[in-house]
Design a protein around this ligand. Structure first.
Ligand code: ATP
Ligand code: HMH
Length: 277
């Protein structure tokens, strides 16, 4: 197939849907759209969900997951991809096998385990599979504090703990690491990045006093995926994405009765729009 047919940046999210539109595949697609990349999706799970919680969920048959990967590989040139909710061990394994089979560019693994409302999105035995079969494929892994603690066994309270946990995640095979600190009760939203060359840096933003933070993790990892597909280097992609997610939280929209969704249009307010496209 001639290269120019597939020249526009194309990305894929491999994750679960959120009927409430705030997290999972829905947050990813809104982020991809806002960052001007062409969005595709492999639906691993469907959730009945809103800002109050997850009411029901079902994992897709594995044959359908394989078929979705095959459909994408047959027609698109995916330049970067991300994973989100994967549900159980068999589904983690199926996704890892497909990511080995097809070249979808850099792989961002968001090791989604628990929704903000407390629902389990990855069962306990799947954590072992994720650690040993998916993490080694990750160009970048983006756990929040509880996920990083579960994967490493390292308690994360102070800055030095982030650095230790990030090194442990690299020892598990992830090339680069972003540990998101949104869950810590601090005046700043501090995240730590450890790159493959062993240099590290902090991302810092003021913490918004809001419970409208449904889908923050999905949004930052989707934005990184988009920026990589657009040609940014990883450190730049991560820094842009931190600014983007901070803006989506700060410029909140009044939707739902619980942990409200983000404002995925917010980049326009922060001068991060794309007039030239
Ligand atoms: N109230 C807030 N104000 C500003 N930034 C925040 C806030 N909450 C989270 N963040 C930032 O949002 C990004 C996502 O972090 P968080 O720790 O919330 O991820 P997560 O738990 O995976 O999110 P989710 O499970 O809702 O998708 C990080 O950059 C974090 O610092
Ligand atoms: C489907 C789905 N994926 C990820 C999350 C975490 O934000 C969620 N709440 N729901």
């Amino acid at each position: 197939m001639p290269q120019q047919i597939n020249s526009f940046p194309q990305v894929a999210t491999i994750a679960g849907t959120d009927s409430g539109g705030g997290a999972g595949i829905m947050a990813d697609l809104k982020t991809f759209q806002a960052r001007h990349v062409f969005a595709t999706a492999v639906v691993v799970a469907v959730t009945a969900q809103n800002t109050l919680g997850v009411q029901a969920s079902k994992l897709m048959p594995q044959t359908l997951i394989d078929a979705q990967f095959q459909s994408l590989a047959a027609d698109f040139q995916i330049r970067a991809c991300k994973t989100g909710m994967l549900g159980d061990s068999n589904h983690v394994r199926a996704v890892a096998a497909n990511l080995k089979k097809y070249d979808f560019g850099p792989i961002i693994v968001d090791p989604v385990m628990i929704a903000k409302g407390g629902a389990t999105l990855l069962n306990a035995e799947a954590i072992h599979t994720l650690k040993h079969e998916l993490v080694p494929l990750a160009t970048l892994i983006t756990p929040n504090v509880p996920e990083a603690q579960t994967l490493t066994g390292q308690k994360i309270e102070k800055k030095a703990d982030f650095i230790t946990a990030a090194q442990m995640l690299q020892n598990l095979g992830a090339k680069n690491v972003l540990i998101k600190g949104g869950h810590l009760d601090l005046p700043q939203a501090n995240d730590y990045v450890l790159l493959s060359d062993h240099t590290g840096f902090w991302l810092t933003a003021p913490k918004s006093a809001t419970k409208r933070t449904h889908g923050t993790g999905d949004t930052i990892s989707a934005c990184i995926t988009a920026e990589l597909a657009r040609g940014a280097d990883l450190a730049t992609a991560i820094s842009i994405s931190k600014k983007y997610v901070t803006a989506t939280i700060a410029h909140s929209i009044q939707v739902g009765h619980g942990h409200g969704p983000l404002n995925h249009w917010a980049a326009q307010k922060e001068g991060l729009s794309f007039e030239n496209i």
